[in-house]
Design a protein around this ligand. Structure first.
Ligand code: SF4
Length: 274
């Protein structure tokens, strides 16, 4: 299960994934305190790619500086909270680039290991940056919320960063209106804006988690009727063969769901997704 999203083709410098003109993702580490069964990074972890060094970050920063159209950086993993010194080093190197306007940090540790939301991490977030910091929490079900997680969210919110969430539909875990309603409503009460919910990728080893797209649309349509728009994330599928993130229409629109177009306008067929 190596390079299922063709990331090597869009990696101009080790650790940097560039699918889009203006935003890039830096995979700080592939280390993680947990092993989610549905993790699509597992192939890369098996390759033992580990953690970037400061010198590798320097090369990434050089690349970004030479490509002035890049304005947005996503710091991801693995788990970026697992490598706080590297996170701090990276932010300090990037913050002086005037072209950069947005930093995004993608983490699941707030839910899986809330103790990693340490004073050291909060201090990193609280520093003065010219850029706005957005922090995305990966959370899939209301059962992942408890007093420790909510306290961690509150501490992050007090630093002034903007919080949003990303989720993955998982068969048998959250493919229900009630579970997602409880999750998304609680998130907005906590100051976390539900942003995207993804269809689980149809790849060997985790395909049993996939929920049929029709069912996901039904669930998200019911949710949209029932709760505030603020609490309704966008349903997204990764386009097969490109990993473009394609937003899906809800049942308010009539569509046969047989094909869709990716970001380059190429028609894609949906068997396996619906
Ligand atoms: S937290 Fe993220 S990187 Fe870590 S195992 Fe889970 S899905 Fe994979």
């Amino acid at each position: 299960m190596k390079d299922i999203f063709f990331e090597d083709k869009v990696t101009p410098v080790k650790g940097l994934i560039r699918r889009y003109k203006t935003r890039v993702l830096i995979e700080l580490t592939l280390k993680c305190p947990v092993e989610c069964e549905f993790c699509f990074r597992i192939g890369k972890k098996e390759e033992g790619r580990g953690t970037l060094t400061n010198e590798e970050i320097d090369r990434i920063v050089d690349y970004i500086e030479k490509n002035k159209e890049i304005t947005e950086i996503i710091l991801s993993g693995g788990e970026p909270l697992f490598v706080l010194d590297l996170l701090k080093y990276t932010l300090n190197k990037l913050k002086v680039l005037d072209q950069l306007k947005i930093f995004r940090i993608h983490t699941r540790a707030v839910v899986t290991a809330p103790l990693l939301v340490s004073e050291k991490f909060l201090k990193i977030l609280s520093k003065k940056y010219k850029q706005i910091i957005y922090l995305s929490i990966h959370i899939n079900t209301s059962k992942e919320l408890n007093s420790k997680v909510e306290l961690a969210i509150e501490k992050i919110r007090k630093t002034g960063v903007i919080l949003y969430s990303q989720s993955v539909f998982l068969k048998g875990t959250n493919d229900s209106v009630e579970i997602l309603k409880e999750l998304f409503i609680r998130l907005i009460e906590l100051g976390v804006r539900p942003y995207n919910i993804y269809q689980c990728n149809n790849i060997p080893g985790i395909e049993h988690f996939m929920v049929p797209l029709k069912k996901e649309i039904e669930i998200m349509t019911e949710l949209r009727k029932d709760v505030s728009g603020l609490a309704c994330p966008t349903l997204i599928v990764d386009a097969p063969g490109s990993a473009d993130k394609i937003p899906v229409s809800l049942s308010f629109w009539e569509t046969k769901l047989e094909t869709f177009k990716d970001f380059e306008g190429k028609t894609k067929y949906t068997p396996g997704l619906v």
